[in-house]
Design a protein around this ligand. Structure first.
Ligand SMILES: O=C(O)C(=O)Cc1ccccc1
Length: 306
């Protein structure tokens, strides 16, 4: 049976995502994203499930950075989870009692409107996860008066739901990914996504444009692009790309070869089925059969037997 490390403790959104991806897996809750990924790297877990991006706030940067550095891991699956936030308190706590609130930074940014409107004077403190915050608030003598998290975390830790659906938008979706040590890639399904990281070999005008052109000229659509600091000083960045298609697709494979020619430092983060099952229609001239036909034509030219 597979054992999946995830951002714990019990009751996180991450656990809900894991249950969708692998209902029968053994679960290994971890204190943070780094620990979950380390468990997958070290073999204590088969794989890890971690949050990657959010439809309102964008990237979960700790995940992007952890995947870019250290021992390589490959994304093998993704899931899109609608997230609903609840305000969770110990029984007997009312709104006026909430002086200190504890929750995950992604929940803080997605409940900004509610916090400004209903709890303008409350001090908001970042927690390792929503369920870690709920667990902490449930402790007698906790320095925190409330948590924001999934209703299920409130139930699990004996808290009361003082308000529900407090997110700024009620259609917020978080994308979680399953990552495993390098191994066989998931088969192409026709509706896939490929993730990678590219470091600039030398900084010059148009360096990013050159990278983007590798995708553009082959009709590969990007679904996410992110720049992250390398840590080597102000102005030094590397890039995350999510592209439509599978590395087994000629257009994606050729775009990756093109990137490799531009920069020796390209980290492949996997090709895996899209959770939304959207299968893009390849642009004219970029289908696998068209690449194969063009390669045959080139072989013929090179043979000189015109
Ligand atoms: O803390 C959690 O429950 C998580 O899974 C991370 C998170 C927090 C807020 C929105 C989406 C994911």
């Amino acid at each position: 049976m597979q054992k999946l490390a995830y951002l714990g403790p019990e009751g996180t959104f991450c656990e809900a995502a894991l249950r969708i991806l692998a209902p029968d897996a053994e679960r290994m809750p971890c204190a943070n994203v780094t620990a979950a990924l380390e468990a997958a790297r070290g073999g204590e877990a088969t794989a890890a499930v971690v949050p990657l991006e959010n439809s309102v706030e964008g990237a979960i940067t700790v995940t992007l950075d952890e995947l870019a550095w250290g021992q390589p891991l490959l994304i093998t699956a993704e899931v899109l989870l609608p997230v609903e936030f609840s305000l969770l308190v110990r029984p007997g706590t009312g709104m006026p009692h909430i002086k200190r609130l504890f929750t995950h930074p992604a929940a803080i940014t997605q409940c900004r409107g509610f916090l400004a409107r209903e709890l303008p004077d409350t001090v908001v403190i970042a927690a390792p996860s929503t369920a870690a915050a709920a667990l902490e608030v449930s402790m007698p003598g906790s320095p925190y008066d409330a948590a924001i998290g999934p209703a299920i975390a409130g139930e699990h830790y004996g808290l009361v739901e003082l308000a529900s659906r407090i997110g700024d938008r009620d259609d917020t979706v978080t994308r979680f990914v399953k990552v495993a040590p390098p191994g066989a890639l998931p088969e192409p399904t026709g509706a896939d996504r490929t993730s990678l990281v590219a470091f600039l070999e030398d900084d010059h005008p148009g360096a990013l444009l050159e990278m983007l052109s590798e995708f553009a000229v082959r009709g590969v659509n990007l679904t996410r692009i992110e720049s992250r600091p390398t840590g080597d000083g102000i102005g030094r960045y590397f890039f995350h790309f999510d592209a439509e298609g599978h590395v087994a697709d000629a257009r994606v494979g050729e775009a990756l070869s093109g990137l490799h020619r531009l920069s020796a430092d390209v980290r492949f983060l996997g090709s895996y089925p899209r959770a939304d099952h959207l299968a893009p229609e390849p642009k004219k001239g970029t289908a696998n059969a068209e690449f194969a036909e063009a390669a045959e034509w080139l072989t013929w030219l090179r043979s000189g037997r015109l």
